[in-house]
Every structure is written in structure tokens, then in C-alpha cells.
Design a protein around this ligand. Structure first.
Ligand SMILES: *Cc1c(COP(=O)(O)O)cnc(C)c1O
Length: 245
């Protein structure tokens, strides 16, 4: 328990330092806890400390943890690769934003289901800024077209963009990914597409959140630096070959 509280303090300091280094207010950056593989008891420690925003990568994990977390006030986003056949199940839980919409076919199916349930959903469009095959996301060149198409689906509210930066010790290359996401955001914002907001930039994780904040992140997604190392490699969550979410 002490570890999580200490780590949260450390992360907050890192966020504050990165904000002051880039002349931003710490309130501009929201901390999201990436809770994949973390048991509810440990997630609760962070929520009781005052954290509000958590996110899972797999529908199955949301289902498993749902009952245990229900009583603790929090907000949930979804940040994993979403298969169309899991939309209906995902919508059973109280998810306020799907950050990983990366293809029209998925958005259309989501829209159909939302229509049926007479509700709306906030989403971010996930962009593959590192161009690695192992990562999901729409290609940078196709992002504007995808946003235009998804904007026509009335039940989906686009709030911004999400990316997973390159995993590299080369900060310059990582920064390039984040800078590209911001450029795409600016380009889409300039297109002034009705109903589309481009305020949110979800980028930066345990290893690169400072760089992301310097490049304009409004949401940083942190797992390992708070909850410790995961048992599964991340390829388990990010590869096309993953078992069903
Ligand atoms: C796991 C995960 C994170 C957090 O990664 P850490 O390196 O553990 O901080 C952020 N975003 C996504 C999409 C993730 O799957």
C-alpha cells in the first residue's frame, strides 16, 4: 500500500515539474491510471487516495473488477484494442470515454449499438504515430479522413486523439511521435468539423510522460510507475495476435 501512495506522489511531482518546465498549469494535465493486471484492492488504494480516472485494456478485466470497484467513486475510460464483437459487453459498464477508436468499421458498429441503447459515447481517435506494426491506431495520414467519417455518426462524440509513443531510449524519436499527434490535432482542429472537439491529447506513459507533457498532453496514462511491473509483456495487449479481449 505504501508503495502505491509513494509512487502517486512521485508521479504528481513529475507532472508538476514537466508542467513548470513547459510553462503549463498542472491542472491542464489529467492523470489516468492504467490498471491492466492490477487487482481491485490495489486500484482502490489509489482511488481512496483521491485518484479519479482509471482505464482498462480488456473488456474481460473490466467485467472481473467491476463489482469490487463499484462502491468507490471513479471514472473509467477504455484504452485497449476493441473488437467489434465486444462493444455490447463494454457498454454494460460505466465507461465515459473509449480512447482507442481506430477504424471506421468499429465506429459504425459502436454507433449502431449506441443508437439502439439511445445514448452517446465520448471517444478519442487512436493514431499510430510510431508506425510500428505492433501498435494499433489509424495511420497519421488517414486520421483526418477517419475523424470526418466518424463525425457523421451522431451518437459518437469525438473529443481528441490518443497515441502510444515509440518505445525507445531515444527521447528525440519519442518526442517526434507526440509532436506528430499534436500536429494532426491542429490540422483536424483547423478543419473545423461540426461536432468534433480536439482538446484532448492522450499521450505519455510511465517512461515518457515528461516528453508528452512538453508536447501538449492533456491526459497521461500511467501504470507501471504506480502499480509496479506487470506479469505479462505489453505485447499481450497490443498485438494483433492477442486472444479475444
Ligand atoms: C499499459 C498502458 C499504459 C501505461 O503504461 P505504463 O508503461 O505501465 O505506464 C498506457 N497506455 C496504454 C494504452 C496501455 O496499454
Amino acid at each position: 500500500m505504501a508503495d502505491i501512495l509513494e509512487h502517486l506522489q512521485e508521479i504528481r511531482k513529475r507532472i508538476e515539474r514537466a508542467c513548470s518546465a513547459s510553462g503549463r498549469a498542472p491542472e491542464e494535465v489529467r492523470l489516468l491510471l492504467a490498471t491492466k493486471t492490477v487487482p481491485p484492492a490495489r486500484i482502490k488504494i489509489a482511488l481512496q487516495e483521491g485518484q479519479r480516472l482509471i482505464a482498462e485494456n480488456r473488456v474481460q478485466e473490466i467485467r472481473e473488477k467491476h463489482a469490487a470497484l463499484k462502491a468507490v467513486p471513479h471514472e473509467s475510460h477504455f484504452i485497449g484494442h476493441l473488437q467489434s464483437n465486444k462493444i455490447k459487453e463494454l457498454l454494460k459498464y460505466d465507461i465515459s470515454c473509449i480512447q482507442s477508436v481506430d477504424r471506421l468499421e468499429l465506429a459504425e458498429k459502436l454507433h449502431q449499438r449506441l443508437l439502439l441503447e439511445q445514448r452517446t459515447m465520448e471517444v478519442l481517435i487512436q493514431v499510430n504515430t510510431s508506425n510500428e506494426d505492433s501498435k494499433f491506431g489509424i495511420g497519421p495520414d488517414a486520421a483526418l479522413e477517419l475523424v470526418k467519417a466518424v463525425a457523421g455518426l451522431g451518437s459518437i462524440k469525438i473529443k481528441g486523439l490518443m497515441t502510444i509513443g515509440l518505445f525507445s531510449a531515444d527521447t528525440g524519436k519519442v518526442r517526434g511521435c507526440f509532436r506528430l499527434l499534436k500536429e494532426i490535432r491542429d490540422q483536424i482542429a483547423a478543419a473545423a468539423i461540426p461536432g468534433v472537439e480536439m482538446k484532448a491529447l492522450s499521450m505519455g506513459m510511465s517512461g515518457d510522460l515528461e516528453t508528452a507533457i512538453e508536447e501538449g498532453a492533456t491526459i497521461v496514462r500511467v501504470g507501471t510507475a504506480i502499480f509496479g511491473k506487470r506479469r505479462y509483456p505489453d505485447s499481450y495487449y497490443w498485438n494483433e495476435q492477442t486472444p479475444d479481449a
